[in-house]
Design a protein. Sequence first.
Length: 87
Amino acid sequence: MNFRFLILIAAIFLIRVNADIQLGCKSDPLPEANGKCPDGYTIITAGGCCPDGDTGVSDCPGMKAYCNNPIYHDVMKDQCPKTCGYC
């Protein structure tokens, strides 16, 4: 198989994975209560709670493998602190 083709496939995969974990808030965050957010929300570093994705359900458990990946460390610590054990 062509080496350039493999690099292209790897780059597309990494771009897609990166887009998937850019969870962020799409609306104003809810205030956290006693350090906790309602089900389907994640505490963000600004001290609020944001829904993950359009469904309002956290994608963090499915992204746990990225907690120890140096490339995604900062975004996972920010967006999925409970899943990654930072709480």
